[in-house]
Design a protein around this ligand. Structure first.
Ligand code: FAD
Length: 964
């Protein structure tokens, strides 16, 4: 489109020449003036009756009324004239210094005139825009160094970059690295000046008609190349920004995507919108423009969202549409919830963790994506009436069917792919080898780097850290370790150009002093004297022909290289978490465990259940997940098939269920069982309903506490309570034990882990429980379940000393079972010091039973269940092994997140002669004790011993200080 620039109207300098005054005396001057006045007066009176005067009066009247009714109109006249003048300037060969500075000053005024100028320049042809850019480069780069050289290759090759903190500064802290255009405010520029920098970036837009950035480029028989998975109307967004209408641009994006400041930052734009940008040299900064909008609004008016939605009636109250449950609060779930709420659907989001945001919160570090942004999105969803239930693990706390039975008409499953992959190479069990998920969760979710948080971190400062992998997770782990003072190397098996990480992240990582070792892959890890890793043996790799991914396949050359290491972080991507799949036999999943959807729909094989994001794709990207959540919302809202009365009834039920699930987990009763051991009865109706023998819970006592697994000692589904027994050994358990009746836990999730596998043993058989110390509480419900099943049970309960005994007195739990099953429960007590029962460990009576068995006497030991200190479980395992008595050890004490997400609870086991890893939270907590490699496993219990001791000392000194 070509715009013809009209000639300006120039105002000539036409001041009239001065009039000569006759030199007379004052009297004569007065006489003449009086005469003139008289004759003029009569002339005026005469003229007032002419037709011309009549018309003039009417025009004056009209003008007066126009000014009263529309004061803008007069200004418009001036503006029109001004615009003509500007047009004239633009038609000159170049824009002069004075004009450029004046124009910039006017643009910076943020008023109607500047809005008009923004629009004017946005609309002129490219050659005139270029003239403007040349002028600001030449005349304004003193104040704006980022304009220096901007005109070189503008618009295709050059633009104003976002503000990025220097590597030296940022590598030492967790502050945001890429601060976007708003970052320029740190250098002293005003918010309006930043608006103009952003606007300058939009001026590079070629205003293409084929909308490739939004729709991608069509490819026959394949998905389009690039484009925006959430279908943000990018061309319109840029046009609105280019004409200064930032607020409208924000509203436009938000109607499709409530997370612009998330996707704008972390979306791999180089393979999406920017990959098909016609500015091939330097594609438009689309992501930066996108996230600038919500941040700008927040800066200008922090309460804008609250103001905007203040009259919004919650869909839960209106009850006009049926309720939807969203499982998982990652980007796919959040966008799904937002869009459905905005369409009037009542929505509850069920999240397994105590915090919301999924990988955005626990994976991506604050220096890339501040948590406050996720809070903003969650805040918006709450303003729309969205409900959140945290610490709710669907598949454990309740099944999808339970949600349906409780009023949820449709369900969206956005549970991600949170199961970290490992290599299964020798030495992977060593201390100091961990998944990136675990490392990042400790830092991001649990804030372990901050002094006042309880979660321990591996030692990183001045340590040799290697990160295995080449994706975003590897970059985030490496850069986090760098910030914690580590000497970091990324080890990747292909070359740099094949690395799947966002280009920007890799670039930043290298700038921050992280080394890159390509064409290397760990072959094994070694330790020397301790159980801690100290060397990595790396295979030297070369690239062969392309593999299924289309990239050249890594091929081992046979050469190796040794590297000293203190910490190894495995960032090899994530597989699907099996929790939902295992709880829903009819849910169709792929061979990789991903939930199957298809045919252009997000529907799963279960009626009314939709899915998307990493749950269906495997580890992918945030924006693809958001696109799926959006697509599922579109499908759901298109198919309401329920009448008004039914909707109201569904809403009532779902709201009641949501409220129950949200109720605080408060301590109702507390009993001191023995020194340092307390029993608590806690209100937790959801867990109480679902609990089964052998399961446990994950407790977060306080917001700054640590996630710790605790045994489910008992529960009462009717009363909605669970019983926990806690021994004060570390800072966290001491903290819990000091909590009192009426206090609530920050979160309890569960019931977790696999329930005990119960078999009915007929005849002269017995199931033997070896409970060491605090092993009795977890043993109790399993033992009871066996008794209820009709089995004979032998309980060998060992304590340190008589003073440490609990639950065995008259009317107490063990006594209760003995009274109920007098013929089927045999109890043997043992104390280390012989003060009660047999003197010695639980292994002594067990050995007696096994010997008797071998001699064909007594009941046959059908199986042995060992729960207690790790050394005791090992001793039991070693004792039963030669007798061939099946034995399980219950390993819940080793768990961290307890849903499979972190991989911390690895148990090295030998199967068919091969050492493989099991995870106590997914495969256990009960694991066949005879396949556990105890030598390799036991040190893992002491992984954070130093940190735990330091924490104990700190707490002791804090409490001393408090008493002084
Ligand atoms: P998730 O974000 O994984 O969220 C799933 C949520 O469901 C979690 O909160 C989880 O706790 C919850 N959940 C799981 N099971 C249950 C259950 N049974 N019941 C209740 N809740 C459950 N992508 C990018 O685009 N750019 C990046 O820069 C980028 N960097 C990354 C860095 C790291 C370290 C990682 C790990 C991933 C990164 N990704 C990146 C990938 C991106 O974050 C994911 O693709 C995206 O978050 C997937 O979104 P989702 O909604 O499918 O699931």
């Amino acid at each position: 489109m070509h715009i013809e620039l009209p000639q300006p109207k120039r105002t000539a300098n036409t001041a009239p020449p001065p009039v000569e005054t006759p030199k007379t005396d004052d009297l004569e001057r007065y006489r003449q003036a009086a005469h003139a006045l008289e004759s003029t007066q009569s002339e005026i009176e005469e003229l007032e009756h002419t037709e011309a005067f009549d018309v003039f009066k009417k025009q004056l009247d009209l003008l007066r009324r126009r000014l009263l009714n529309s004061p803008q109109s007069l200004r418009q006249m001036f503006i029109d004239d001004g615009a003509q003048a500007i047009v004239w300037e633009f038609k000159q060969d170049e824009l002069g210094a004075e004009f450029t500075k004046t124009l910039w000053r006017l643009l910076a005024r943020d008023d109607d005139m500047s809005a008009l100028l923004l629009r004017f320049i946005w609309n002129v042809p490219l050659k005139f825009k270029r003239k403007f850019i040349v002028a600001i480069d030449k005349h304004l780069s003193d104040r704006y160094p980022m304009f220096k050289g901007l005109s070189q290759g503008w618009p295709g090759q050059n633009g104003i970059p976002p503000y990025i903190r220097s590597p030296e500064e940022r590598a030492r802290d967790f502050g945001l690295v890429n601060q976007g255009y708003l970052g320029y405010m740190n250098l002293g520029y005003s918010a309006r000046e930043v608006d103009l920098l952003v606007w300058l970036e939009t001026l590079r837009d070629k205003q293409c008609e084929d909308r490739a950035c939004e729709l991608g480029v069509a490819r026959p028989g394949r998905e389009p190349k690039g484009g925006c998975p959430v279908k943000v109307h990018i061309p319109e967004m840029i046009a609105l920004m280019g004409t200064g209408r930032f607020k409208e641009a924000l509203r436009l994006i938000e109607s499709l995507n409530p997370l612009p400041d998330v996707t704008g930052r972390v979306c791999p734009q180089e393979v999406q919108c920017r990959s098909v940008c016609t500015l091939t040299g330097r594609p438009l900064e689309i992501g930066q423009l996108e996230w600038f909008l919500p941040e700008r609004e927040k800066l200008a008016n922090a309460g804008a969202d609250a103001e905007r939605w203040k009259n919004w009636a919650s869909p839960w109250m209106k009850a006009e549409k049926p309720p939807v449950a969203v499982v998982g609060s990652g980007p796919s779930g959040l966008i799904n919830a937002y869009l459905l709420l905005a369409e009037g659907f009542p929505v509850t989001v069920f999240e397994a963790f105590h915090e919301l945001g999924g990988v955005l919160r626990y994976g991506i570090p604050e220096f890339r994506l501040p948590n406050s942004l996720i809070d903003d999105v969650v805040g918006k969803i709450r303003l729309l009436g969205g409900q959140f239930v945290t610490n709710f693990v669907v598949g454990k706390t309740a099944t999808l069917d339970d949600l349906k039975d409780n009023g949820f008409w449709r369900i969206f499953v956005g549970t991600g792919a949170g199961l970290p992959r490992f290599m299964n190479v020798p030495g992977e069990h060593l201390l100091g080898v961990m998944s990136a998920n675990e490392f990042l969760t400790r830092v991001n979710l649990m804030q372990a780097r901050l002094e006042d948080y309880e979660t321990p971190l591996p030692e990183v400062k001045d340590k040799q850290v290697i990160v295995i992998g080449g994706g975003n997770t590897a970059m985030d782990a490496a850069r986090t370790a760098r910030r914690l003072g580590g000497i970091v190397t990324i080890v990747y098996r292909r070359t740099r150009s094949e690395m799947p990480a966002r280009v920007e992240e890799l670039h930043h990582a290298l700038e921050e002093g992280i080394e890159l070792k390509v064409l290397r892959s760990p072959r094994e890890f070694h330790s020397e004297k301790s159980a801690h890793v100290c060397h990595a043996i790396l295979d030297v790799i070369e690239l062969g022909p392309p593999d299924a991914s289309g990239r050249r396949a890594p091929v081992v050359t046979g050469k190796t290289e040794t590297m000293p290491v203190d910490l190894v972080i495995m960032a090899l991507g994530n597989a699907s978490n099996p929790i939902i799949k295992d709880s829903e036999p009819d849910l169709k999943t792929s061979k990789w465990g991903t939930v199957m959807v298809g045919g252009g729909s997000q529907k799963t094989s279960l009626e009314g259940v939709y899915s998307g994001g990493d749950a269906t794709r495997g580890g992918a990207t945030a924006v693809l997940a958001a696109g799926d959540g959006q697509a599922a919302a579109r499908e759901i809202l298109g198919e309401i098939s329920v009448g008004k009365a039914e909707i109201e009834e569904l809403v009532e039920r779902a709201l009641r269920y949501t409220g129950l699930a949200q109720s605080p987990q408060t301590i109702l009763k507390k009993v001191n069982l023995a020194e340092g051991i307390v029993e608590m009865r806690v209100k937790s109706p959801m867990i109480a309903r679902a609990a089964q023998a052998g399961q446990f819970v994950r407790v977060l006592p306080t917001p700054k506490g640590e996630l710790i697994p605790l045994t489910l000692a008992d529960w009462d589904a009717k009363a909605g309570t669970i019983d926990l027994v806690i021994q004060a050994v570390g800072a966290s358990s001491i903290g819990i034990n000091s909590m009192g009746v009426g206090e609530a836990f920050t979160g309890i999730a569960g019931p977790l882990g696999q329930p005990s596998k119960l078999h009915r043993y007929e005849g002269e058989q017995t199931v033997v429980f070896c409970a060491g110390g605090l092993g009795l509480p977890p043993v109790y419900p399993i033992m009871r379940a066996h008794l209820e099943l009709g089995n004979h049970v032998t309980l060998i309960s060992g304590f340190r000393t008589a003073g440490a005994l609990f639950w065995i007195g008259e009317g107490e739990r063990v006594d209760g079972l003995q009274k109920k099953y007098p013929d089927r429960l045999r109890v043997i007590y043992a104390t280390n010091d012989g003060t009660f029962g047999v003197k010695g460990f639980v292994t002594s009576p067990l050995e007696g039973l096994l010997r008797e068995n071998a001699e064909g006497k007594g009941r046959n030991v059908a199986e042995v269940i060992a729960i207690g200190p790790p050394l005791m479980m090992r001793a039991v395992s070693e004792l039963t092994h030669p007798y061939g008595a099946p034995t399980v050890a219950s390993l819940n004490a080793i768990m961290v997140d307890a849903t499979g997400m972190c991989g911390a609870c690895m148990v090295p086991v030998t199967i068919d002669g091969r050492l493989v890893r099991k995870h106590a939270c997914i495969d256990g907590p009960e694991i066949d004790a005879h396949i556990i490699d105890w030598d390799k496993f036991l040190p893992r219990f002491a992984q954070f011993k130093t940190q735990e001791q330091a924490s104990l000392i700190k707490h002791a000194s804090d409490s001393e200080q408090a008493h002084v």
